[in-house]
Design a binder for this molecule. Sequence first.
Ligand SMILES: [Zn+2]
Length: 257
Amino acid sequence: MAVMPVIIFFLGLAFGSFLNALEWRLAHGWSVFQGRSQCTRCARRLAWWENMPVVSFLLLRGRCRSCRQPISLQYPLVELIVAALWVFSWYRAGEPAVASLEFVGAARAAVIVWLSVFLFVYDLKHQEVPDGPVLGGALVIFLLALVTGEPSWGVMLIGAAAGAGFFLWQYLLSRGRWIGGGDVRIGLFIGLAVGWPMVVFALMAAYIIGAVVSVVLVSWRLQSFSGRTPFGTYLSLALLLALWFGPGIVGWYLSLF
Ligand SMILES: [Zn+2]
């Protein structure tokens, strides 16, 4: 049995756990790196064995040991999703060997996947997007692509200008009423992540996903027409679609003509 997918799976669990912690800390105005993890309900500090991805949730049977309040399913779910997507992403990259250029490319994809899951969760829960992770992630994936040359810096910069510009003119025109500044930064990130012209595909996909989800939610009476759209959540789904399947889908579409 291959060792790499197992290592990547456990790394994914750990980084999924970090994602949950970062989400909670940013939403509650906590410092990211200071202080130990604690129960989000009774604030009791967690022992090391209560703070392991997935395993602790199962050991504790989904409840805090002191206050007996349920632990959100978000914790094990996000951990498992990041781990599974990282393993999938590594296979998608062609199972590259460590210390190869392809592995650097796979690591870059892992950053994109991690941030997509983060944006998905954060915008869905808090209806906003914090700047730090998006801009930090944008810098990291830009630098990693300079190492591999894929995508090229020109393709990334044009993509970033298109992605950010698409939201910026709406932001300026509406003085921030139609969309928030967070969307401009996500547009920048997506442009750097998939480059030009795939950024166009990603933006179109986000609107299609958003329209389909809205129709389903409204018809199930789960959301009114005036309900706020978590656009960062749709953008994060569209980004993963563009990253993994964009070239295949565009190629198939063009072959129809
Ligand atoms: Zn508790």
